[in-house]
Write a protein that binds this ligand. Structure first.
Ligand SMILES: Cc1cc2nc3c(=O)[nH]c(=O)nc-3n(C[C@H](O)[C@H](O)[C@H](O)COP(=O)(O)OP(=O)(O)OC[C@H]3O[C@@H](n4cnc5c(N)ncnc54)[C@H](O)[C@@H]3O)c2cc1C
Length: 382
């Protein structure tokens, strides 16, 4: 029996959903990935198709236009893309933004944004990072100043995932500059015909080539007062912190799935490739390296599955979720590096999936809170 990385939380209904996801990915995403990598984004049409297929906002209640499922449905979607090295369509960020609306939005905000996000008509983005600050979120300089029934938004953001295609952006800003965390709010900016809003460069990265990571500029953008998430100023930092377990676990599970995909891909390659009259797979070094990798992946699967089960029960704490992000992304780097070595020179060629997985893996240790910040969070819980 070959080694398999089975999920502890699957069932017949989830298995059926997985079939739908895999079919969509193979038919709609894989064929267009090369063009998306050259273009630097996956295009709006794919988002709409994913929405029409019921693959977006799967864990948002049906009452708000979502799929009415739970985190297992989300995990299937994120994992199956990561397993195939498809990193252009950032459904993770989209789901995270949907959850900000679900957990912290007013009923009007939920009704206004969530159904369109679920249909893929509006792509979601979250804009925290600025040229001058990343890890130190309290130092953001983007400002939303109240003027009568409006807020005047000024500032700039960088490294924003889905930045170019986004239809709605949650902008982290200060509504009170005299306060630190208590002066932070989230403003929902709908990008269509938004005067004063501009997408800057789509940034040239070493990996995630099909992902539209962008600069964003807000110059005197006038937002109606009801753009304030939740309707109460100064709640932004609390809102961001409350959703961290969900966000960090998504990074952990995509890391896990990428490792599983890399292992399967590598196994097939070393069985096929010959040197010194035999398969690369027959060398003891190859066998031992893959044995190490398979072991690490099995251990990771057990931990990630436990985190998923805890999240489903509403019991996943921030420190444990940070461990999932920290361990998952570090293991992903180790595992994919080992796999790439077994491809020899071909592993260094962009046309090979393993090369893409290698460059794509590097960011996992940086975004979503750097791994150094993860250690701070974990250490604080001791
Ligand atoms: C491809 C990509 C996609 C991204 N997507 C988004 C997005 O959608 N939205 C968004 O808002 N941001 C996004 N980011 C930004 C990302 O979250 C930040 O880059 C990250 O949080 C780090 O911030 P920074 O780059 O300013 O680094 P800094 O904060 O300047 O950190 C530099 C180094 O110092 C270390 N450091 C900082 N503080 C401490 C500390 N207290 N203790 C120990 N070490 C510390 C860091 O760990 C890091 O190693 C993205 C970035 C990339 C590259």
């Amino acid at each position: 029996m070959p080694i398999q990385f089975t999920r502890s939380w699957t069932d017949p209904e989830i298995a059926l959903f997985q079939d739908t996801v895999v079919r969509f990915i193979e038919e709609k995403m894989v064929p267009g990935d090369e063009a998306a990598r050259h273009r630097g984004d996956v295009g709006h049409a794919l988002w709409s198709e994913a929405g029409a297929a019921g693959l977006l906002c799967t864990d948002i209640p049906e009452a708000w236009g979502g799929g009415g499922g739970d985190f297992r449905h989300e995990a299937i979607m994120h994992e199956e893309m990561a397993r195939r090295g498809l990193t252009g369509m950032n459904t993770s960020v989209h789901s995270i933004v949907a959850h900000y609306f679900l957990n912290h939005g007013t009923p009007e905000q939920k009704a206004y944004y969530l159904p369109r996000m679920a249909r893929g008509e509006l792509v979601g983005a979250i804009a925290m990072t600025e040229p001058g600050t990343g890890s130190d979120l309290q130092a953001v300089r983007t400002r939303a100043q109240r003027e009568g029934d409006y807020y005047r938004l000024n500032g700039s953001k960088t490294f924003i995932s889905n930045g170019k295609l986004a239809g709605v952006i949650l902008v982290v800003c200060k509504t009170d500059t005299s306060k630190g965390a208590a002066g932070i709010s989230l403003m929902a900016v709908e990008t269509a015909q938004c005067k004063g809003f501009r997408v800057g460069r789509v940034l040239d990265k070493i990996g995630l080539k099909a992902q539209d990571t962008s600069e964003l500029f807000f110059d005197d953008v006038m937002l109606p007062a009801d753009a304030l998430l939740g309707g109460v100023e100064g709640q932004g930092f609390y809102q961001l912190m409350a959703d961290l377990p969900y966000e960090r676990l998504i990074i952990g599970i995509t890391a896990q799935a990428a490792m599983e995909g890399a292992y399967e891909h590598t196994l097939a390659y070393v069985r096929d490739r010959k040197a010194f009259g035999k398969s690369i797979a027959d060398f003891q070094n190859t066998r031992f390296k893959l044995a190490e990798v398979a072991t690490e992946i099995q251990v990771g699967r057990a931990f990630m599955d436990r985190c998923i089960e805890q999240l489903l029960k509403g019991e996943l704490d921030t420190a444990t979720a940070s461990m999932a992000k920290l361990w998952g992304s570090e293991a992903q780097g180790r595992v994919i590096d080992t796999c790439l070595q077994l491809f020899g020179g071909y592993g260094y060629m962009n046309e090979y999936l393993i090369a893409r997985m290698y460059t794509d893996a590097r960011i996992q240790r940086i975004y979503g809170g750097t791994n150094e910040i993860m250690k701070e969070v974990i250490a604080r819980a001791m």
